[in-house]
Write a protein that binds this ligand. Sequence first.
Ligand code: HSE
Length: 299
Amino acid sequence: MITVRVPATSANMGPGFDSIGIALAVYNTISVEETDSGLEIDILDGSAEFLPRDGRNLVYRAMQRVFNEAGYKMRGLHIVLNNGIPVTRGLGSSSASIVGGILAANEICNARMSRDDIISFAASIEGHPDNTTPAIMGGMVIAVLSGGKAYYQKIPIDGDKIKFAIFLPNFILRTKKARSVIPKVIPHSDGVFNTGRAALLTASMITGNYDNLKIAFDDRLHQQYRKKFISGMSEIFEKAYDCGALGTYVSGAGPAIISLIRAEDENSFSKNMSKFFEEEMNDWELTVTGPDDNGALLI
Ligand code: HSE
């Protein structure tokens, strides 16, 4: 069997709508073998209740796209999924499926796609590059699509200095629904607001000067429109900043929210936020993780 491990990703990172994302140390494992005929999909974790186990499965569909591109006639497939990334919560579970499927298919049919081909191919399937590119590269990645090709730059993030507090609610939000409320036209001042902050965020993460992050993580392109689907969002932002978060933002299309915190603050931050959730918002839970620097790996 071919096994691929793909990290979770947190897209947008505040002002970087559809263009900035980071890989996190939470993983899906996708194992695949070619069989004589048919399609068998086993899902070993709780995501089985959300994911189809037939031709609609995203891992399978991504594999088919590679086989079609390569002109490969696949006989049958056995796919085994072990998903550590929560589904439809804004942590890149769809992108992990797409990336895992492409990498596995690339091996099976010996398509010899280069890493850049895979990055552009994955972004074209997903429609935007801010989850798929860090899922492949690891680290924080700035990525844009132009003429069907992804152009990107990775920024390594020091996991000894920065941790990611993931606030996860017990409800889901589908990306399609979360994208449907984004306006087609925005005021010029909102564009200026976001471009400045996306640049400040990028510069702060490169230099390791985290003092400006609270301002840099602000956004006017998507968070305010999605807020109505994320009950508790304002309270969590406020509490997280009270507890010492460096920056807080809606992860991807939501509903998960993420705070960057200094590694040395992890214990006190977790204790205070967990107490807040226990006492006031027990439909949310907290997990703290680090960045992933490797991206998708064939195991
Ligand atoms: N940039 C995307 C969005 C990420 O916010 O809709 C989710 O796929």
